[in-house]
Design a protein around this ligand. Structure first.
Ligand SMILES: [Ca+2]
Length: 176
C-alpha cells in the first residue's frame, strides 16, 4: 500500500511539473500526495525555482532591513528587541511609506494608540506595518513626522537557508 502511494506520488510529481525536493521532504506521505494534487498555481515548479533563484536571494537580503516614514500627528516611541522585550507608548494619526518586505503593503493610513512593556502589548488597532516576533525594531515620532527602522533576525535565517533552497518564511517569488 505504502509503495503504491509512493509510486502514485512520484507520478503525480513528474506529471505536475517537477516539484522541488523541498516539497517532498518531511511530513506524512499522505499530505504530500494531497499537495501533489493541488493546482499547478499552488506549487513551485523546478523551472520557476531556478529562474527566480537569484532574484529571490537578493530580495531575501533586502528583507532583513525595514525602513519607513510617517507624516501626520505622531508622538511616542516603539522599541522592540523581539516581541518579548518591548517598551512602547505612543499615538499616531498619519500616513506612511515604508519598505517592509515584498509581501507587505508599503503604505499605511493609520489612526492608532499603543503601549507595550516586555512581552505585553496593547493597541487600539492592528498596525498596518506588521510587527514581527524576531526583530529589532524602533519607531519614534514627534510633531509631524516619525521614522521606523528594523532588522529582522528571522529574515537573516531565511536568507541563509534560501541559498540551499529552503524558503522558511515562504516569501520567495514563485509561491502563490
Ligand atoms: Ca525567502
Amino acid at each position: 500500500m505504502r509503495k503504491t502511494v509512493v509510486v502514485i506520488v512520484l507520478c503525480a510529481v513528474v506529471l505536475g511539473g517537477c516539484q522541488t525536493t523541498e516539497d517532498m521532504s518531511g511530513g506524512k506521505i499522505e499530505e504530500k500526495f494531497a499537495q501533489a494534487n493541488q493546482a499547478e498555481g499552488n506549487s513551485r515548479s523546478l523551472g520557476l525555482f531556478f529562474a527566480l533563484y537569484l532574484p529571490n536571494r537578493i530580495m531575501d537580503v533586502f528583507e532583513i532591513f525595514r525602513i519607513g516614514i510617517g507624516l501626520g500627528f505622531t508622538a511616542g516611541w516603539d522599541l522592540r528587541i523581539t516581541r518579548f522585550a518591548q517598551l512602547a507608548a505612543g499615538v499616531r494619526t498619519d500616513v506612511g511609506l515604508a519598505w517592509v518586505g515584498r509581501r507587505r503593503t508599503p503604505l499605511r493610513a493609520e489612526n492608532n494608540a499603543y503601549t507595550a512593556f516586555g512581552p505585553w502589548r496593547a493597541a487600539a488597532e492592528e498596525p498596518q506595518w506588521p510587527l514581527t516576533a524576531w526583530a529589532f525594531e524602533f519607531e519614534v515620532g514627534a510633531g509631524g513626522a516619525s521614522i521606523m527602522t528594523a532588522i529582522d533576525f528571522a529574515e537573516i535565517v531565511d536568507m541563509l537557508t534560501g541559498w540551499f533552497g529552503l524558503d522558511l518564511l515562504k516569501d520567495d517569488w514563485g509561491y502563490d
